[in-house]
Design a protein around this ligand. Structure first.
Ligand code: PMV
Length: 331
């Protein structure tokens, strides 16, 4: 049996602009997905999970399904692709298993179990964490040595079935952990301190792919100006991310949120949370694709920040940023 765990992530800055070739800064958080895989004698794949459904089917069926999904992706028919992948929780697991097995050249049966502490569709990188931990556990269980680069590449190809054309930033941070500077093709670890933040969850109805498409459909002139501003703020953030206090990052967070709002990806509820945080001298922004999802809140006094948010009816949760990346664990 082989077991790996992988953290979720937040975008400190640079979501969406990263899709247009700009840099982004991401951090791993202390919410993890745990996957264990063992070989099975029959030609079947079984996946069970806590809260994410289950799947049982033949290896051949999974590989065939993966082939059909690859062909839809190749044609750029994301509507049909996502409908097939997301039809049921079981079809998502079938896609995950089939694609990872296909990429690794595995044609034998196996059983996998996973437990995720990362909420899905919340901008916390749950699918990147699951793809990575699953790919690595599956490879290791069948004695396939996967270097970091190859593991990241295969995992990203699995994620493409869920998100179309992800930038790869989620895969990079979930794999490396800590805090990273990411630009398509380049990943650099930054010397950030481990810091506590507050996360406030809001419901997200739309998918990452839909939000990326929404931004793409904007007036290009307006979009380019916002992306340039986000790039400027990302370079600014880089200068301050390693520092102890939050003085500078608070302002950068609030300015980034304004830009993300101008992209049309914030929501009224996210706006209200950000207002509460700003009013007591903190910084807040959405994280990830938007249209809902988690709001990341920073302040030098998290107790007061938590109280202020709770007073307004929100439910903040503490999280630690700068956590360790993909790693083995003993179940
Ligand atoms: O919400 P998430 O975790 O899927 O993050 C999406 C981030 C985007 O920049 C909007 C897309 C991407 O591929 O980087």
């Amino acid at each position: 049996m082989a077991s790996y765990s992988c953290p979720g992530k937040i975008h400190l800055i640079g979501e969406h602009s990263v899709v247009y070739g700009k840099p982004a800064i991401l951090a791993a958080i202390d919410r993890r997905t745990y996957v264990s895989v063992r070989k099975d004698r029959d030609e079947k794949i079984t996946i069970s999970s806590k809260g994410f459904g289950s799947f049982h089917g033949s290896v051949k069926d999974c590989l065939d399904f993966s082939g059909r999904l690859d062909s839809l992706h190749g044609k750029g028919d994301f509507k049909k692709l996502f409908a097939a992948v997301r039809k049921t929780p079981s079809s998502s697991l079938r896609a995950l298993a089939g694609k990872a097995a296909k990429e690794l050249g595995i044609e034998e049966g196996f059983s996998a179990r996973f437990k995720s502490g990362i909420e899905s569709n919340a901008g916390l990188g749950s699918s990147a964490a699951l793809s990575l931990a699953f790919t690595k556990s599956l490879a290791s269980c069948f004695g396939i040595r996967l270097g970091d680069k190859k593991a990241g590449k295969i995992s990203l190809s699995v994620e493409r079935l869920f998100h179309g054309r992800p930038s790869g930033a989620d895969t990079a941070i979930c794999q490396r952990g800590g805090i990273i500077w990411f630009r398509k093709g380049t990943v650099k670890s930054l010397n950030g301190r481990k810091k506590e933040i507050l996360l406030v969850r809001t419901k997200r109805e739309s998918t990452t792919g839909e939000m990326v498409a929404k931004v793409k459909a904007m007036d290009p002139q307006k979009r380019i100006a916002i992306m340039d501003e986000l790039e400027r703020l990302t370079f600014e953030m880089r200068k301050h991310v390693s520092k102890r206090g939050n003085e500078k990052t608070v302002d950068i967070f609030n300015s980034a949120q304004q830009s993300l709002r101008a992209l049309g990806i914030s929501t009224p509820k996210i706006g209200r949370i950000c207002d509460v945080v700003r009013e007591i001298g903190g910084g807040a922004k959405l994280s990830g694709a938007g249209g809902g999802g988690c709001v990341v809140c920073i302040h030098n006094d998290l107790r007061s920040l938590g109280k202020a948010l709770r007073r307004e009816g929100f439910h903040p949760e503490r999280a630690l940023v700068g956590e360790r990346g993909l790693r083995l664990f003993k179940p």
